[in-house]
Write a protein that binds this ligand. Structure first.
Ligand code: SAH
Length: 218
């Protein structure tokens, strides 16, 4: 886990606390997650023109046709992971790096893969700005996971595949949990828990994510 976050100064505590309150009302129960959502400055993960909207509970564009997820879903997926207290977490779809920053405050080591290089470069710069050091980034098509670094206690996918890729399940440690949006037009948030070689799958709620795509963009 990282030390205290830096660069928070710009938004008032009140604005961030309002977001936390809204997340609580939406059903987020974990105090640890709510605390981190109140600490990580979402505005620095957005272009300046949009940063005034950073504490609205809505998804926002980050360029290249991609979006920074809605705070509710960031909190929800983080909460699902946290129940299993994973030490190592693989994230697919670094995007802006905001979800990555949230994860970094709750778990020991984060591995995050992004296929669009300019997004990864910006995410890296922002994580550095916040002095976050327990994150390793990789520019690649994350559909195959990150086999060299696995197995992972937790896997979070922030772009929607048609179904959970088998390669990711292979990289899930025993007792581990994977959370992912699955589907095309109609998507559902899926949680998969591994017990030995058994996989227990639960479908949780409708969600709306950009698709998990193949190949890389330089
Ligand atoms: N968690 C991000 C969400 C970004 S949107 C955030 O908080 O900002 C989803 C991201 O997944 C996009 O950046 C997209 O480029 C990336 N992505 C889509 N398919 C991918 C793949 N196969 N491998 C790695 N990243 C992928």
């Amino acid at each position: 886990m990282s030390g205290p976050l830096q660069g928070i100064g710009m938004t008032s505590r009140r604005t961030r606390m309002r977001l936390v309150q809204r997340l609580r009302e939406s059903g987020i129960e974990s105090d640890a997650v709510l605390e981190v959502m109140g600490q990580v400055p979402r505005h620095i993960f957005l272009d300046e023109a949009l940063s005034h909207r950073a504490y609205e509970d809505t998804s926002l564009p980050i360029g290249h046709g991609q979006t920074l997820s809605q705070p509710y879903i960031v909190a929800r997926m983080t909460e699902l992971l946290l129940r299993h207290e994973p030490a190592s977490v693989l994230e697919l779809g670094t995007g802006s790096g905001y979800q990555t920053a949230v994860l970094s405050q709750l778990f020991e080591q984060i591995y995050s893969v992004e296929r669009i290089k300019p997004l990864q470069d910006r995410a890296r710069e922002r994580l550095r700005q916040l002095n976050i050091r327990n994150v390793l980034l990789k520019h690649a098509d994350g559909g195959m996971g990150w086999p060299e670094r696995g197995p992972f206690d937790g896997i979070i996918v922030t772009a929607a595949p048609m179904d959970v890729p088998g390669e990711l399940l292979d990289q899930l440690a025993d007792g581990g949990v994977l959370v992912a949006p699955v589907g095309e037009e109609r998507q559902v948030l899926v949680e998969v828990m591994r017990h030995g070689n058994q996989f227990e799958r639960r479908e949780l709620e409708p969600v709306h994510f950009v698709p998990l795509l193949g190949g890389v963009v330089r």
